[in-house]
Design a protein around this ligand. Sequence first.
Ligand code: SF4
Length: 120
Amino acid sequence: MDIIKKKCKVCPIGCELTIIKNQSVPSGYTVSGNSCNRGRDFGIKEITEPSRVLTGRVLLKGGHMSRLPVKTTGVVPKDKIEECLKIFNSTEVFAPIKKGDIVIENILELGVDVVAARKA
Ligand code: SF4
């Protein structure tokens, strides 16, 4: 039996998920340890289409540092991470910036924005 342990990253509670391959259910996997349905969906997606909230840095002009830490507002499929990081590296922003300001809107049309992770 395939048993996979994963920590749910959907919310700060961080439930410890156990994902078991199960051909008798439509999704092909049974998830336990989750406190809500979002955790079940996360667990299945982690196995079938892994994705991550992406963090990185963009160029910053006019601030106290040369790069601004940023993060995506949602998960990015693993096969799009490299492309997103290239966009981060070629993006330039200008201080002042508030934490949470949108730096790149709807990156690669994935339905997630890239926001400032701190003020600058
Ligand atoms: S299973 Fe639900 S409550 Fe638990 S970490 Fe995931 S989203 Fe949060």
